[in-house]
Design a protein around this ligand. Structure first.
Ligand SMILES: Cc1cc2nc3c(=O)[nH]c(=O)nc-3n(C[C@H](O)[C@H](O)[C@H](O)COP(=O)(O)O)c2cc1C
Length: 172
């Protein structure tokens, strides 16, 4: 698939089949993340792969919801979730994590998979249990959660978001 086609077709997938990704698929997604550019080529982003439905996914969800029932979990039952962490003190780490997560998202689209970028667990992972989750998720020393992405086989369809070219662009 051409890059522009993948960009235009990608949308946030909020429903997945139960079929697991293969190890080869997961490694291709991680490689796409690792191939993303980083400021000063620091390559500081760390990628933690967890299974949807795993104990740690359930723990994150419980922390996010405060134990209250939620109609959907943060990963919409995707079989795989990749969490991106980076050095707490590096000024470009959020930009770098954003670029890496979009690389993964576009790679997923190109592979015929669906994805959802996930920020809603930031408070849970960087809150009072920050150190606990950092250890459980094998973040390197001094790293903190930046962004996550769920990936799986699409089981929900919606149009990609619209946009207002005139409003959002200036030629000067
Ligand atoms: C930084 C970031 C965080 C996001 N966090 C969530 C999230 O926690 N849960 C969710 O359902 N969607 C999340 N999204 C997806 C956006 O809601 C989605 O990209 C936006 O509504 C546009 O829709 P589209 O991706 O289908 O084009 C996030 C997107 C970004 C870029």
């Amino acid at each position: 698939m051409e890059v522009l086609e993948a960009i235009s077709k990608r949308y946030s997938v909020r429903g997945y089949t139960a079929e697991k990704l293969t190890q080869k698929e997961i490694e291709a997604l991680l490689t796409a993340g690792l191939q993303a550019p980083t400021a000063t080529n620091r390559q500081e982003i760390h990628f933690t792969v967890i299974d949807g439905g795993s104990d740690i996914a359930k723990e994150i969800e419980a922390e996010r919801t405060g134990g209250k029932p939620s109609p959907v979990n943060f990963y919409y039952d995707a079989p795989t979730v990749i969490l991106l962490s980076a050095e707490a003190g590096f000024g470009w780490s959020e930009v770098d994590a954003g670029i890496a997560v979009e690389n993964i998202s576009l790679a997923a689209e190109g592979m015929g998979l669906g994805s959802l970028i996930i920020g809603c667990i930031k408070g849970a992972l960087n809150g009072p249990k920050k150190a606990y989750f950092a250890e459980k998720l094998a973040f390197p020393e001094g790293y903190e959660f930046k962004i996550a992405i769920a990936v799986g086989r699409k089981n929900a369809v919606k149009p990609p978001h619209g946009f207002d070219f005139e409003k959002s662009v200036s030629f000067v």
